[in-house]
Design a protein around this ligand. Sequence first.
Ligand code: ADP
Ligand code: MG
Length: 236
Amino acid sequence: MSGKCLIELKDVHKGYQLGKTTTPALRGVNFSLAQGDFTAVVGASGSGKSTLLNMVGCIDVPDSGEVLLEGRSVLNLSDNEKSELRNLKIGFIFQTFNLIPVLNVFDNVELPLTIQAQVDKHTRTQRVREALEKVGLSDFQKHLPDQLSGGQRQRVAIARALVTQPALVLADEPTANLDSVTAHKIIDLMLDINARTGVTFLFSTHDEKLMGRVRTVVRLQDGLIVESDAVLNRAS
Ligand code: ADP
Ligand code: MG
């Protein structure tokens, strides 16, 4: 069911220096994602979820260990090469949606494409329309973010993450600012997009109630993976 290996973390350690003390955030994490996976990282606040997602998203680098994207180490890349890689390969979704308040829905979704010089205006328009259709917001192109509900804003953010046709979508606590009904709908939408398009999703949550919907769960505790369970894969 799963495709080839997309990303691999090998014995990743990461600590944050605060004055003279170092807080260990990841303490030797081994983790991999294959193309088409839909994986949840769960754990209490402070367990290292954001740090793990930042490693996968090439936003931060480990103190030691390896990060391989499609088999290539990303640690020796320059900052420019890393941003290019991020823009081409990875879509990001955030807890607080991070939409630009003065841009309408269409322009927010178009934004990551505008820095891809090879994509012309016509193709951009087409891709934005497709992305908005995927999240059910075709009729909201001209709305500003503050004219939308929280769930709708997060759907705009999902469209923005998909518009570059990334291999991987990373979502750090995408449902933490949503009520539980809306949170379930957002997870179901991501699952549906994963099933229809095969794009890989990795999202984090501290909400145990969301886990029933997810195929693969990775549990973090104090910077270590304590459980990695392919729930549905095992059953099928
Ligand atoms: P989670 O996302 O699961 O809440 P984080 O990855 O944000 O966990 O944090 C893991 C640990 O690293 C926590 O102890 C946190 O306080 C610490 N930490 C995270 N980011 C920083 C930072 N920029 N500076 C100092 N400590 C940090
Ligand atoms: Mg976090």
